[in-house]
Design a protein around this ligand. Structure first.
Ligand code: MN
Length: 728
């Protein structure tokens, strides 16, 4: 085919799906490209222009894109490979077309090195993010497809390198954009160069058995068609053998030979509506035995790239399994052409009505509100990664940073040591300031020095990534404790003042303990340091203690006032005289008696109860008769009492032991009491049903200390299990 014939064919292809295309401009683009590339040859020896023509042909045939895309495809190598500039193209055609061509050139310039998976994903994202107009990536994929189709003329090294790139970058992007046909072709072509032996084996075997396969496909297809015709379900049905790379992957993953591969055949049934999809599914399952667990409903739940279909695998009558995919014709368009299918609907003027069905395109692309078809196409942007930016290290590694990231973010993303020693940065070989915003595809280089002072505090507000900020904070935390403490203290004091509090309020012994507990720091310096490096804020510190401090301050004021009032009006008699060693608060010379239920001794915590007619009765604070409930219900009758310094010589009290009765037990008990010089006024003993004895002793003791000594002594006696002071 001559160059002219090839061009005629392109025009014809475009005319078929877009009769209103701008053919004068398409021809102008072809003629300008032909002139620019004049004299250049492809590796095959053919004139260079056949490549842009072929790319435009793919863009038309496979993707059915608009006139601008066809023009851009024809011109896609002129900026990169000929003297033509962006301005020239913008002037002769349009700024949009110049941008499209420039976009494709930018993607061409990106260098790939073989990387681990994570790097590959970043590269794919970067490519899409760099293609601000989605047509850029579509044209670039068409360009790559044609280069892969004509790869035989390249050196083996170049074949491998380009094939790897295609397999890792362009096929997955095609998949992501929903373009299955191009994805398959890219994969198969890549496989051919990456594993020529494996590829040949599959292709040869498939060829050898092609007659047999063809017969099988025909037979099944006829069976399905016949049944659907009987039921008057309008449909298209066809069968195919799965593509070589898909078979290759299965063989590899399952470690099987081609003969052992489970499903080599796939049939497709295209129908008019979703209801029929499920009707056909029923027919298929009736005709053939379905294989359990192989049915997938991607109509109910579409794949993330918008793919919709019913999949099932069944066993054919002759024992050969095959897959059947059932979908509507529209679903099929989307499955085959992905994002590109959208244009077709737009151009045929059917777009407006069917837009709801392209929600997934909407998710991929932004800003299509209320625009007419042409405007709409112009405004299409790939917004998948709008909040990320992808840049290169000088070695070609991709770093993925938040949009608006600066060299500081980049440096800390490499390593905190790089960030901490950074003294300068270069972007695309030019020195930039630290707040320079990085763009997709930038090559960033960080200059470091071992004598660098370390990060400065304003880096914290320049950095966009939380990773960089936290690493800077770490540095300040470690390297600058003294400075942090001073800074932290200053902002804390200022914040206190703001809240109407003073440092004195904080540093008093009891307040300080409360404060440190509230903020969970071990010391004030620790808290200051945290505020200083930004791990904590003065506002938070003060707000956590503010209410507590205000309460304490009010309490202290009230106490001071009441003491003052008391001193002025009712003079409290001092020194207070005690009655039997008991001081009753607010009452002097009142009658005091010790309750019989709990028999307190000096040193016990005690409370007083105003009895009717017998003065104040003194209980142990832990006596059940003085329980908090009782004290609350008889408020006003309970008094604060304390032991004075002039206690009696001794106080009567009770002690009880539980023991296993034995010979001479009482003897041992009296010996213990006698060694502690305890006066015993009575002993009662009783036996329990289970063979224990409870001995209750009325004794007189000086104070709690003597009481404790007695109890310890009794505890040591063999057979005594428990020693208590009864109460209640
Ligand atoms: Mn090209």
């Amino acid at each position: 085919m001559t160059v002219q014939e090839q061009y005629e064919q392109l025009e014809k292809t475009v005319r078929e799906y877009n009769p209103a295309g701008d053919f004068a401009r398409i021809r102008a683009a072809f003629e300008y490209a032909d002139q620019c590339h004049d004299g250049q040859k492809r590796k095959s020896g053919e004139p260079y222009i056949i490549h842009p023509l072929a790319v435009a042909q793919i863009v038309a045939e496979e993707l059915k894109l608009d006139s601008e895309s066809i023009e851009a495809a024809l011109l896609h190598d002129v900026i990169e490979d000929t003297p033509a500039s962006h301005d020239d193209v913008a002037h002769l055609f349009s700024p949009t077309i110049a941008d499209l061509v420039e976009g494709v050139s930018k993607l061409t310039r990106i260098q790939y090195a073989t990387k681990e998976d994570e790097q590959m994903e970043n590269l794919r994202k970067m490519l899409i993010a760099m293609s601000k107009d989605i047509r850029v990536i579509l044209i670039k994929i068409a360009d790559r497809l044609h280069n892969m189709r004509t790869m035989e003329y390249q050196s083996p090294a170049k074949q491998k390198q380009k094939s790897l790139e295609t397999m890792e970058i362009y096929a997955p992007i095609s998949h992501r954009l929903g373009m299955q046909r191009m994805k398959w072709e890219l994969e198969d072509l890549s496989l051919k160069y990456l594993d020529p032996v494996g590829y040949e084996e599959i292709v040869t075997k498939l060829n050898d058995r092609s007659q047999e396969h063809e017969a099988f496909l025909q037979r099944i297809q006829a069976q399905i068609a016949q049944r659907l015709n009987e039921l008057s379900i309008s449909h298209v049905v066809y069968g195919r053998i799965k593509h070589p790379y898909s078979i290759y992957r299965k063989m590899f993953a399952q470690n099987k030979s081609l003969e052992e591969i489970f499903d080599l055949f796939a049939f497709r049934v295209l129908v008019d509506n979703v209801g029929d999809c499920y009707n056909v599914l029923g027919v298929i399952h009736d005709l053939y035995k379905p294989i359990l667990g192989r049915f997938k409903d991607y109509i109910g739940t579409a794949k993330p790239n918008g793919y919709q279909s019913l999949h099932t695998t069944v066993m054919g009558t002759d024992g050969v399994p095959f897959e059947v995919q059932i979908r509507t014709k529209e679903m099929h368009e989307i499955a085959e052409y992905g994002v590109a299918a959208h244009w077709k609907y737009k151009q045929n003027g059917q777009g407006a009505g069917s837009e709801g069905r392209y929600e997934w395109v909407r998710r991929l692309l932004e800003n299509q509100e209320g625009a007419d078809a042409e405007d709409y196409i112009h405004s299409l942007k790939v917004d998948m990664f709008a909040d990320e930016v992808f840049v290169f290290t000088p070695n070609g590694d991709v770093q993925n940073l938040p949009a608006g990231a600066t060299p500081i973010d980049f440096a800390y993303a490499i390593h905190s040591a790089v960030g901490n020693r950074m003294v300068g940065a270069k972007v695309n070989n030019r020195i930039v300031t630290f707040d320079h915003k990085l763009k997709n595809g930038d090559i960033v280089e960080i200059m470091t020095s071992n004598s660098a002072k370390g990060p400065s505090r304003d880096w914290m507000s320049i950095a966009k990534s939380s990773e960089a900020r936290s690493k800077i904070r770490q540095w300040f935390k470690k390297e600058r404790r003294e400075e942090n403490i001073a800074n932290g203290r200053a902002s804390f004091e200022q914040e206190l003042k703001h809240a109407g509090l003073s440092m004195k309020d904080v540093t008093s012994a009891e307040n300080l303990a409360m404060l440190l507990k509230k903020v969970s720091y071990g010391s004030l310096d620790d808290m200051y340091a945290a505020i200083g490096y930004g791990g904590f804020t003065a506002q938070k510190a003060v707000s956590r203690i503010r209410s507590e401090l205000l309460k304490l301050a009010r309490q202290q004021q009230a106490e001071a006032a009441s003491i003052k009032a008391a001193e002025e009006s009712i003079p409290i008699p001092r020194p207070v005289k005690s009655e039997q060693g008991i001081i009753v608060e607010g009452l002097d010379n009142c009658l005091v008696k010790f309750s019989r239920c709990c028999t307190p001794v000096p040193g016990d915590a005690i409370v007083g109860f105003i009895t009717r007619g017998y003065g104040v009765s003194v209980h142990r604070a832990d006596c059940p008769n003085a329980s908090p409930e009782r004290r609350a219900s008889q408020e006003g009758r309970w008094l604060k009492v304390t032991w004075g310094s002039d206690t009696n010589e001794s106080y009567p009290t009770t002690i009880e032991v539980v023991c296993k009765d034995r010979l001479n037990l009482l003897l041992d008990i009296s010996a213990a009491l006698s060694t502690t010089q305890t006066f015993v006024s009575g002993i009662q003993s009783r036996s329990t049903e289970d063979g224990f004895a409870i001995i209750r002793m009325e004794i007189r003791v000086r104070d709690g200390e003597q009481m404790q000594a007695i109890m310890n002594k009794l505890h040591q006696i063999s057979g005594i299990l428990k020693v208590t002071r009864p109460a209640g």
